[in-house]
Design a protein around this ligand. Structure first.
Ligand SMILES: Cc1cc2nc3c(=O)[nH]c(=O)nc-3n(C[C@H](O)[C@H](O)[C@H](O)COP(=O)(O)OP(=O)(O)OC[C@H]3O[C@@H](n4cnc5c(N)ncnc54)[C@H](O)[C@@H]3O)c2cc1C
Length: 283
C-alpha cells in the first residue's frame, strides 16, 4: 500500500497495448482494420491501467476514440526498430505492385489509411545511394550501422545495385518500380507531384537501392483522463477529484485527432510539471 499525503499523479501512459480498451473505443469507420490483432509501436506495459483505475473511482475520459497509427511498424511486431531514417525527404513508399500510392509527407493518419488500403496492408519504404551513401558509417534510428542490418537482411532489409535487382528481391514487377521511380524523379525536377508531395528535394537515381517492409502500427492514444488546466483529474460532472492529478499520454483532449510528432514529449513535460505543482500547492 502506498500512502500519498500530497496527492497522486497518474502517469501510466496511453493504452495502445490494451486490445480490450482499443476495441471498446475504436472508431471502426476511420480504422476498419483495427482489431485485437493490430500491432503497436508501444511497450507491452502501455495498457491504460491508470485510465482503468481512475475510471473506477469516477474519473471522466475524453477523446478515447482518437487513436493514432504510425505507418513505420515492423510487419510482425509493430515496433519502429529497423528503419534507416524516418524523414519523408529521403524515401519513397511503394506497394506490392511497385507503385506509389500516397504523398510520403502527408499526415500520419492519411498515410496509415492509404497503407491499410494496399495489398496485405503493407508497403516498402525505399532509399537510394543519394541518402544512404555510406552504409558502413551511417546509423539507423536504433544507432546501428546500416551495413550490419543490410548484410544479414535484418528487419527484412533488401538491396539491389539497380532498381530491377531490388524489384526482384522484394517481389514487385520491375517495370512498375522503374517507372514509379522515374516519375518520382521527374516530380523532383518539376516540383509537381501527382500525389501532392511537397518535400521534393532528393532524387533516387543512384544505386544501390534499398527497401524495408512496413505496416501501420498503433502508436499513440490521444484519448484518456479528462483534466483541467491545473492537471487535476475531473469526474463525470466536471469537478476535480480531490488529490488526483494526471499528465502525459494517460490524459485525453490535448492533441485532438492527429498528434503531431514531438508534441507528446512536450505534453509530458508541461502537464507533468503542472500536476506536480498542483499537488504541492494542494490545489
Ligand atoms: C517508438 C515511439 C517513438 C516515439 N517518438 C516520439 C517522439 O519522437 N516525439 C514525441 O513527442 N513523442 C514520441 N512518442 C510518444 C511519446 O513517447 C509518448 O507519448 C510519451 O512517452 C508518453 O509519456 P508518458 O510519461 O505519459 O508515458 P510513458 O512514457 O508511456 O510511461 C508510462 C510508464 O508507466 C508505466 N506503467 C504503466 N502502467 C503502470 C502501472 N499500473 N503501474 C506502474 N507503472 C505503470 C509504464 O511501464 C511506463 O514506464 C513515441 C512513442 C513511441 C512508442
Amino acid at each position: 500500500t502506498v500512502k500519498a499525503n500530497k496527492g497522486v499523479i497518474i502517469a501510466t501512459g496511453g493504452f495502445s497495448k490494451n486490445a480490450q480498451l482499443v476495441i471498446e473505443y475504436r472508431n471502426a469507420e476511420k480504422w476498419p482494420l483495427l482489431d485485437e490483432n493490430s500491432v503497436s509501436t508501444n511497450m507491452d506495459s502501455i495498457r491504460g491501467e491508470g485510465i482503468i483505475m481512475a475510471r473506477e473511482i469516477g474519473a471522466d475520459v475524453v477523446d478515447m476514440d482518437q487513436m493514432q497509427f504510425l505507418y513505420l511498424g515492423q510487419p510482425k511486431t509493430g515496433l519502429l526498430s529497423g528503419v534507416f531514417n524516418v524523414s519523408a525527404e529521403v524515401t519513397v513508399f511503394v506497394n506490392k505492385e511497385g507503385k506509389r500510392f500516397v504523398a510520403e509527407d502527408a499526415r500520419r493518419d492519411v498515410i496509415s489509411s492509404a497503407v491499410f488500403a494496399q495489398e496485405d496492408g503493407m508497403m516498402y519504404m525505399l532509399h537510394s545511394a543519394e541518402s544512404l551513401s555510406d552504409p558502413a558509417n551511417q546509423l539507423n534510428i536504433d544507432g546501428i550501422p546500416m551495413k550490419e542490418l543490410l548484410d544479414i537482411g535484418a528487419y527484412g532489409w533488401k538491396q539491389g545495385d539497380t532498381l530491377e535487382e531490388l524489384a526482384k528481391e522484394i517481389g514487385v514487377p520491375a517495370e512498375n518500380l522503374v517507372q514509379t521511380i522515374a516519375e518520382y524523379n521527374k516530380a523532383v525536377d518539376t516540383k509537381n507531384d501527382p500525389f501532392g508531395r511537397t518535400l521534393l528535394n532528393v532524387k533516387m537515381e543512384k544505386g544501390p537501392f534499398y527497401a524495408i517492409p512496413r505496416v501501420p502500427a498503433l502508436h499513440h492514444t490521444m484519448g484518456g483522463l479528462r483534466i483541467d488546466t491545473l492537471a487535476r483529474v475531473l469526474d463525470t460532472k466536471g469537478e476535480p477529484i480531490p488529490g488526483l492529478y494526471a499528465g502525459g499520454e494517460v490524459t485525453g483532449g490535448i492533441h485532438g485527432g492527429n498528434r503531431l510528432g514531438g508534441n507528446a514529449v512536450t505534453d509530458t513535460v508541461v502537464f507533468g510539471r503542472l500536476a506536480a505543482q498542483s499537488a504541492v500547492d494542494g490545489k
